[in-house]
Design a binder for this molecule. Structure first.
Ligand code: NAI
Length: 324
């Protein structure tokens, strides 16, 4: 069986080669999948894609015309795949969970950085500037964190926050009453939270969940953390919220226009995204490059589940991790 990997990085190749099946012939393409690159999939049975590959109508049509049978996502979210168009034409499998701890722990790492100014202290002390001026932070103990989405990651993050002695407010479209969190309405969560952390998927309903109207409801000085998907946040509205000091800090592991920038070294390029460029200049905005998932444990789980998904699909014609 021949599998083409798109948007492949050296760490993907290493982990997949380590666990591969002898029947699998794997080819790793650095390029992202899109209408211009889809022809590379000719002659393969399966393609393996990541979060910023584009699987839209023309790409799906091309894959079907080449006889590709399966799209294996090596991630959990599938907002980059036109699922309704793919239905009945080609199968799609994903890795529903690989390490909720990786993402939840990174969320707390970003939050702690923001509230204790560790990012500034690191740079200062490297040049022997041991001044504390401007570095005053605040305790997380006793603060209210609003968690939007209490699925696998949101509930681990809630447990971590409980360990810090924080009060938890939660909103989920499908609340799980067995969890010991206080579910509330979205509006109440926006009004009452000192920190808001996003852990819901991106879909039509959640697109720009954080916008001018929701920011208007928030407490002055609120810290916003997004380790979920970039387009949950209207970046222009966020920038305005930061400038007006309504938002006291933003921790972003994802960004709505990340696909052309994240995971790559763009340090020699002129960045055309003015909103991102302005956000990056703000001392209270911390950006990581979609790295919340990036632990040894998660990479190994992703590779193992992806290989199992592909084997199961081609052996049985179906797979328990099928999206469609
Ligand atoms: P999950 O499916 O276990 O949980 C998602 C929760 O969101 C569910 O409880 C669901 O009921 C709820 N939900 C669905 N629509 C909602 C809405 N409109 N408003 C509020 N809640 C809603 O997913 P999991 O594994 O916890 O992942 C959450 C998100 O984290 C993923 O969708 C993905 O976008 C993101 N993620 C980011 C990673 C990173 O490296 N930054 C890595 C893995 C996931």
């Amino acid at each position: 069986m021949k599998i083409a990997f798109f948007d492949s990085k050296p760490y993907d190749e290493e982990v997949f080669k380590n666990i591969s099946h002898e029947n699998f012939k794997m080819k790793f393409f650095e390029t992202k999948l899109n209408e211009d690159t889809v022809s590379l999939a000719k002659g393969f049975d399966c393609i393996c894609v990541f979060v910023n590959d584009t699987v839209n109508e023309p790409v799906i049509d091309a894959l079907c015309s080449y006889g590709v049978k399966l799209i294996a996502l090596r991630c959990a979210g599938y907002n980059n795949v036109d699922i309704s168009y793919a239905k009945g034409k080609i199968s799609v499998v994903r890795v529903p969970a690989y390490s909720p701890y990786a993402v939840a722990e990174h969320t707390m790492a970003l939050l702690l950085t923001a509230v204790r100014n560790t990012h500034k202290a690191y740079v200062r002390t490297k040049s022997f500037n041991f001044s504390l001026n401007g570095l005053v932070g605040f305790d997380l103990y006793g603060k209210t964190v609003g968690i939007i989405g209490t699925g696998k990651i949101g509930r681990v993050f809630a447990d971590i926050c409980k360990g810090f002695g924080m009060k938890i407010l939660a909103y989920d479209k499908y609340p799980d009453q067995s969890l010991s969190v206080n579910y509330t309405s979205l509006d109440e969560l926006f009004k009452e939270s000192d920190i808001i952390s996003l852990h819901c998927p991106l879909n039509d309903e959640s697109y720009h969940l954080i916008n001018h109207n929701s920011i208007a409801l928030m407490k002055k000085g609120v810290i916003l953390v997004n380790t979920s998907r970039g387009a949950l946040v209207d970046s222009e509205a966020l920038l305005e919220g930061i400038r007006s000091k309504k938002i006291g800090g933003a921790c972003l592991d994802v960004y709505e226009e990340e696909s052309e920038l994240f995971f790559e070294d763009n340090s020699n390029l002129i960045i055309n995204d003015d909103t991102l460029a302005l956000l990056m200049t703000m001392p209270n905005v911390i950006v990581t490059s979609h790295q919340a998932f990036f632990t040894k444990e998660a990479l190994s789980n992703i590779a193992n589940t992806t290989i199992k998904n592909i084997a199961e699909f081609f052996e049985n014609g179906e797979c328990k991790n099928e999206v469609i």
